[in-house]
Write a protein that binds this ligand. Structure first.
Ligand SMILES: C[S@@+](CC[C@H](N)C(=O)[O-])C[C@H]1O[C@@H](n2cnc3c(N)ncnc32)[C@H](O)[C@@H]1O
Length: 194
């Protein structure tokens, strides 16, 4: 059991019960990286990276990227798919408790916030605020579904805005292009650390 989340993610990976994994990066992230003129000198943290598709997209865009996941099997599968070794690393760890580096330029969220137990969302916000440097960026793809029995656990735009607004300034939020079965259910949030 991965105790901080209440879900045995490692066992799900070992049994290949990984229905959330689409084998490719989030379409919203792909579009964002293509459309924005970003300075790729920054360091990126992708917590809850799973098999690393989003982390690979950041590294392919030129960023030094760390993918972190609580499941050792997810991490070894992500490592096996690495093609840009110079700028991409993966490590096993708990985002809520194990991130020592506090100067990330970018934090990228994709279905981790909705995967943890809702009572841990306060700890998630603290971890996010700790690891991004002042003036750094937090880009999130949130899954806005009503479900109370999760994971995934539901959330709303209002909850997301309320929880992160103390530590981050919202630059913009929008409905992104999504995987076919999530169309209209995702919302991206682009925040700057205060
Ligand atoms: C729904 S999956 C999403 C994976 C990936 N972001 C994707 O969209 O394909 C949630 C991921 O978060 C990981 N996870 C859950 N709790 C975590 C924690 N406290 N710290 C780091 N990773 C965690 C799980 O092992 C799983 O890979």
């Amino acid at each position: 059991m991965n105790t901080s989340t209440g879900t045995d993610w490692e066992s799900l990976y070992q049994k290949n019960e990984t229905h959330w994994d689409k084998g490719e990066a989030s379409p919203g992230l792909v579009d964002f990286l293509r459309e924005e003129s970003l300075d790729s000198t920054g360091q990126v943290l992708v917590p809850g990276c799973g098999m690393g598709h989003d982390a690979r997209a950041w590294a392919n865009a030129g960023f030094v990227t760390l993918g972190l996941d609580i499941s050792p099997t997810a991490i070894s599968r992500a490592q096996a798919l690495v093609t840009v070794e110079a700028t991409l690393n993966f490590r096993q760890g708990d985002f809520l408790n194990d991130v020592e580096h506090q100067g990330y330029d970018w934090l990228f969220e994709h279905t981790l916030f909705c995967a943890i137990q809702p009572e841990l969302r306060g700890a998630y916000v603290k971890a996010a605020a700790r690891c991004v440097r002042r003036g750094g960026n937090f880009l999130a793809v949130h899954y806005l579904i009503p479900d109370e029995d999760g994971p995934p656990f539901g959330t709303t735009r209002e909850e997301v805005c309320e929880r992160f607004a103390n530590d981050f300034e919202l630059l913009r939020d929008w409905i992104p292009r999504s995987y076919p079965n999530r169309t209209g259910l995702e919302r991206m949030f682009y925040w700057r650390k205060k």
